[in-house]
Write a protein that binds this ligand. Structure first.
Ligand SMILES: [Zn+2]
Length: 484
């Protein structure tokens, strides 16, 4: 019997806070504040007689989220009441969707840690409202904060298509990027804007005795590291159970961040019967085709598609395309290329000098006082041999400080490359006379000696000599004199 290669089957239920200004069914603000219970009203507190009014923006952002996941958005959806009692849910039910969700049958592709392309099917994307927050103080009881109660969420449910804790982390990181890109959510992890329930079991179909474990679900993980560590723990727990021949029981578990273990939830928490039924206060919601088309159009090119296009269109490595898109530098890069620069040179400069400057100054690309056209001008001067790569870095330093045109700086400081034949000839002759011993070394076959002589010319001209021409000039003089 071998249990070496059982496959983990991992599915996710991800709750994402949509980037609305107000809550899902009332005008209360959603901006994160520390002061508890300051953003509440009769609707989100569930007071008798208060009626919900659907936030149109929540629907639009939910649709964006579904479209980003390539899911089918239905023309009509229905809100239902999910009934359960918990102190942070004052109405005694949560408004959610079950039988008629907003969207189903999506797919998300992602890149794993080894650069492999993978995908996970998206079972459904539905809208629901968030609950409040219970704060348990040891010895002092439980405090309740309803600021979060009623905040618009999209719940994304995947099929169990993920097969390792690391893949789940990659999936979530790239989901976050996607949601930020579309503007559906800002996904501020520290404010709990992405929370995840994971379900996992192990299936062994290989040699020996086939077997599987029952699904366990770990609830309410709010960091990528927490998700990955909890899953590592669970996969190992299932692996050992399978080895023992113990199928485990279907259960809900919690993650203890401190001790890095999962533990079983009390069984009464599991025996939920939510008694869903259509919310009589909310009509079925029609989502017009025109709205879906409009959102699709405004969403533009998604990050993964853009990576693929950049590497295809500009012949960049997938690493370079990743850095440009992931670092938010792709727009600037494409504008530089549109100004006529060589794509590879533009990519190198944007990922190198430009990116280093942003890091050093701790600023975003939109705060950079340089226009794409100015960088294009600089690269053009390097390309045409007007200035050397070394001088270009000096000019760039001035451009980012002063925001003026590179050409103006080159002229003002007299940095143009020396490509004048007669001038280089006399410089080369000077250097050859001054370093007879090195010239001798070169003649005796030490190719490196020439580099030293070129360096001398560069020194005499403060780096302005055209190194290629200086090189040729030196060879010419040395071989000519050798024949005399
Ligand atoms: Zn409210």
């Amino acid at each position: 019997m071998t249990f070496d290669d059982p496959t983990p089957l991992i599915g996710l239920e991800i709750h994402v806070a949509l980037a609305t200004d107000s809550k899902m069914f009332c005008p209360c603000e959603t901006e994160f504040v520390r002061e508890p219970n300051t953003q509440v009203c009769p609707v989100c507190l569930g007071l008798p007689g208060a009626l919900p009014v659907l936030n149109r923006r929540a629907v639009e952002l939910g649709v964006l989220c579904a479209l980003a996941l390539d899911a089918e958005v239905y023309p009509e959806m229905q809100f239902e009441r999910k009934n359960y009692h918990y102190p942070d849910l004052p109405k005694g039910y949560q408004i959610s969707q079950l039988a008629a969700p907003m969207a189903e049958n999506g797919i998300m592709s992602f890149t794993d840690d080894d650069g492999g392309e993978k995908e996970a099917r998206i079972r459904r994307v539905h809208l629901e409202e968030d609950a409040g927050k219970s704060i348990h103080l040891p010895g002092e009881g439980t405090l309740l904060d309803f600021n979060r109660c009623g905040v618009a969420l999209a719940e994304v449910v995947t099929e169990p298509d993920l097969h390792s804790p690391a893949d789940v982390r990659c999936f979530l990181e790239q989901l976050r990027e996607l949601l930020r890109h579309t503007g559906a959510s800002e996904v501020r992890m520290e404010e709990g804007e992405l929370r995840c329930d994971v379900n996992v079991n192990l299936v062994h179909n290989g040699e020996g005795t086939p077997g599987r474990t029952e699904i366990s679900e770990v609830k309410n993980l709010s960091s990528f590291r927490g998700v990955e560590r909890a899953l590592q723990y669970e996969v190992e727990r299932h692996r050992q159970a399978l080895r023992r021949g113990d199928p485990l029981t279907h259960e809900t578990r919690h993650w203890d961040e401190e001790r890095e273990v999962t533990f079983s939830a009390r069984s009464k928490e599991e025996s939920h019967d939510y008694r869903y039924f259509p919310d009589p206060d909310l009509h079925p919601v029609r989502i017009p085709r025109a709205m879906i088309d409009d959102l699709q159009e405004r969403m533009g090119e998604l990050p993964r598609a853009r990576r693929r296009r950049l590497s295809r269109e500009y012949d960049l490595s997938s690493y370079d395309a990743d850095v440009l898109v992931g670092g938010g530098l792709a727009d600037f890069f494409e504008e530089v290329v549109a100004e006529g620069s060589n794509a590879k040179a533009a990519a190198n400069w944007v990922m190198g000098e430009l990116s280093a400057h942003l890091n050093a100054e701790d600023i975003g690309i939109d705060e950079l006082p340089v226009q794409p056209g100015q960088l294009a001008q600089l690269l053009d001067m390097v390309d045409s041999g007007e200035i050397s790569g070394k001088i270009a870095k000096e000019v760039w330093g001035a451009v980012v400080q002063q925001g003026c045109d590179p050409r103006a700086i080159v002229e003002e400081r007299g940095l143009s490359q020396i490509s004048d034949d007669a001038q280089l000839e006399s410089l080369a002759r000077e250097v050859v006379e001054e370093h007879e011993d090195v010239v001798r070394d070169y003649r005796s076959g030490k190719e490196k000696a020439l580099g030293f002589l070129v360096g001398q010319i560069m020194q005499k001209t403060q780096g302005k000599a055209n190194p290629q021409m200086a090189n040729e000039k030196l060879r010419e003089i040395i071989s000519r004199e050798g024949c005399e």
